[in-house]
Ligand binder design. Structure first.
Ligand code: PEP
Ligand code: MN
Length: 354
């Protein structure tokens, strides 16, 4: 792809490029207050959602076009560039009418090729940066497809936003980072800037700093962070917004390691893979414990003892042999299996006590 820089005039090329602002524009006062503080803290691009895609009806669905007047005021009074999310051709036309400088396509929209094509058609002849969030589902081809639709409409200033992927089980993260997906995106389209959205990945404000640091360690180009002067009172995504001062602190504390050396980048990628595998391993172990508890309930109802020696011996010998075939030592596998078994027994004993 022949891409052009998404850096607008006056924005320096130093990492990270920071885009910040509230999840949603709520009132003119809230928008102006957040914008004034963010501008004072050095933010150059202000974000605010005007049309909000909500999971369920009845939530705050955004203020609509009225909010664009407030964004225009932000631009006039603070000098910041303004950015918002578009999901339809009408949103594109409205946003352009009010001088919005940068648009992004949200995760629910980029999962829908009809919607992305409609936006792409509306963008023909437009020359502003367009950022494309990953689709909600972990499908790299769908993400690249959305990027290609926008590129084919003649847009050259394109960036990707990594905002994580939804899962049924929401544990630590609101949206699982699955870092290998943006890493693979970078491998396939090396000149495409990637911006991390730690707010939507973490879903909690205390995760914003560590996720931002991980993104910087993986050589991401920028960050888009939700910021509100009174985060707990925000009308959407309250738990993941930070005040402009906290945002400044997070950005200033980032360690930016220069990655001009390919081997450092490879090492960071490999470590990320290890972290993800460990995470998966923990999830699997927790799942195994839950199944084991169900077995405990069954044994209790049928008056069976917890320890079923024959079954245990079978598991041990079968898995140790398998591990050896896979290049792991039998001692190591025995230690792991015994530890897992002990923990399972402990869970089943708790069930018996109930
Ligand atoms: C947002 O940026 O406020 C938003 C709705 O994000 P996403 O599309 O990533 O859910
Ligand atoms: Mn949000």
């Amino acid at each position: 792809m022949e891409l052009e820089s998404i850096l607008l005039p006056g924005i320096d090329a130093k990492r990270p490029l920071v885009i910040a602002g509230p999840c949603s524009a709520e009132t003119e006062e809230q928008v102006m207050e957040a914008a004034t503080c963010l501008a004072r803290n050095g933010v150059k691009i202000f974000r605010a959602g005007i049309w909000k895609p909500r999971t369920k009806p009845g939530g705050f669905e955004g203020v609509g076009s009225d909010g664009l007047k407030w964004l225009k005021r932000v631009k006039a009074e603070t000098g910041m560039y303004i950015a918002t999310e578009v999901a339809t051709a009408k949103h594109v036309f409205e946003a352009l009418k009010y001088g919005v400088d940068m648009l992004w396509i949200g995760a629910r929209t980029s999962a829908n090729p009809f919607a992305v094509q409609e936006i792409a058609d509306a963008l023909v002849g437009v020359d502003i940066p367009i950022l494309i969030k990953n689709p909600v589902n972990p499908d790299l081809d769908l993400w690249i497809g959305a990027i290609e639709r926008i590129y084919n409409a003649g847009i050259k200033k394109i960036g990707a936003i990594h905002r994580g992927f939804s899962t049924f089980d929401k544990k630590i993260y609101r949206n699982l980072p699955q870092w290998h997906i943006p890493i693979e995106l970078h491998r396939r389209i090396p000149n495409l800037p990637i911006i991390c959205d730690p707010s939507h990945i973490g879903g909690k404000r205390e995760l914003i700093a560590p996720i931002s640091q991980q993104a910087m360690d993986l050589n991401f180009d920028g960050l888009i962070i939700e910021s509100h002067c009174n985060p707990d009172k925000a009308w959407s995504d309250a738990s993941q917004q930070v005040t402009p001062d906290v945002l400044e602190l997070i950005v200033n504390n980032l360690v930016i390691r220069e990655m001009n050396n390919q081997s450092t980048e490879n090492l960071a990628n490999l470590r990320k893979q290890i972290d993800e595998i460990d995470n998966d391993m923990l999830e699997l172990l927790a799942r195994r414990m839950r199944v084991s508890e169900e077995i405990g309930t069954y044994k209790k109802e049928h008056n069976m003892p917890i320890l079923q020696e024959k079954r245990y011996d079978e598991i041990l010998s079968k898995r140790i042999a398998q591990a050896e075939q896979m290049g792991m030592s039998s001692d190591f596998m025995k230690t792991v299996l015994v530890a897992i078994h002990e923990e399972s027994v402990r869970h089943q004993m708790e069930i018996m006590k109930e």
